[in-house]
Design a protein around this ligand. Sequence first.
Ligand code: UD1
Ligand code: CA
Length: 470
Amino acid sequence: MSAIDVVIMAAGKGTRMKSQRPKVLHRLAGRPLLAHVLDSAAALGARSAVVVTGHGAMEVEAACAGWAGAGGQNHAEVRLAYARQEPQLGTGHAVQQAAPLLGGDGVTLVLNGDVPLVRPETLRALVDLCAGRQIALLTVDTGADAGAYGRIVRGAGGGAPVQAIVEAKDATPAQRALTEWYSGVMAAPTHLLKKYLALLTDDNAQREFYLTDVVKHAVADGTPVQALRIADAVEVAGVNSPQQLAELERAVQQRHAARLMEAGVRLADPARFDLRGELRCGPDVEIDVGCVFEGVVELGEGVRIGAHCVIANARIAAGAVIHPFTHIDGAAVGPGALIGPFARLRPGAELGRAVHIGNFVEVKNSTLADGAKANHLAYLGDATVGERVNYGAGSITANYDGANKHRTVIEADVHVGSNCVLVAPVTIGAGGTVGGGSTITKSTPPGALSVARGKQVSIANWQRPARKKP
Ligand code: UD1
Ligand code: CA
């Protein structure tokens, strides 16, 4: 089997996005469009990927380097290269810039940087159809109007060989009525592709060098042109406008939701579910509406996620319940824990078994051992909290002195009253009690009641000052 070199066209301006950001860097399911395309190239086992950049080239190339660095499966095995296209004179011109970087021995697979959802299996079938000797086009026919896409023109008869691709703007009325369209994906033996690229001209409605004209040159040269026709328009849908991006986002999310539900996850409403990364679920997981999952999130058996939670890069152990409007990022939640509503777990929060974190409690870079509770309006930052600690409403760890962060240690079975300030570094000894309203600046002994606040004074028959006469 010949080696596959991928060319990804990503130099275009994306005028209809009406955005400063290069089109291929707009995000779908949390990742740049281009990252999805690179993923497909990697999954296919491509030898190299040449990204054609132009508009926003520096940004686009940096994003590709970030993709390679992300080190997903196979990422390291694809050799990444860039070809600058300045100015951008069309898709054919784009591939011409990449041509010198393509080994003449292989098959070139051309992908559009703005067509993000093509499945690797489909690409594999296209490369197989090309068989190292003919041109293979990925086409779609849903029977509906083909919009702005390039029309597939065949000879007489339904399954007849492909004669040409005609851009919508250049099509005759009869051609415009054709419903089979070109997806922007083609596979061709590299030596033949180079030969036909050299023949392209820009005598068309847009005065561009069209990659799609390669087809007519192949036909004239006697090289067969085959089409792999699929019916799933989502797989090859291009992103040209915010509307199309949003439509594709919903389509991706519906696929995610369907896959999870097939695995037994109970989604309250698949239309109100967003996954921007990877979600691994044990059995009997329930997710209410409006939740967003980012990065890698693991939900153990029986976990319930309330409405409108945002959860990123987290492990939630079996039986834990996350109540509505909770934000979790970079945290681990122990079995049977109860979190929220309105809780915030920040990076480095590690909660043990049956920990309770209530409303308006923020936890950052802190461990809470089994059974610890902070139920209302509190902050725990850079703290080590022992088993069964009860941390009162309105209490905070003063972990930052303006220059450095310090740790607070709260040993097992401590009760911290309401509205306390624990000025780190400080240790509250095991079993101790801190009286409400205390500002604790020195470590306290185990078992003690520690109070650090002004003593209460009551002055009898107090006369409030009277207003002076003018
Ligand atoms: C292209 C096809 C059309 C097909 C459609 C599928 C051509 C001439 N037409 O049209 O038949 O139905 O894709 O989505 O190929 N690009 C460059 N340099 C350029 C121009 C474009 O790198 O000079 C890149 C763009 O960034 C984009 C891709 O090529 O990623 C496609 O370009 P676009 O202008 O969107 O082509 P379409 O008009 O959609
Ligand atoms: Ca396009």
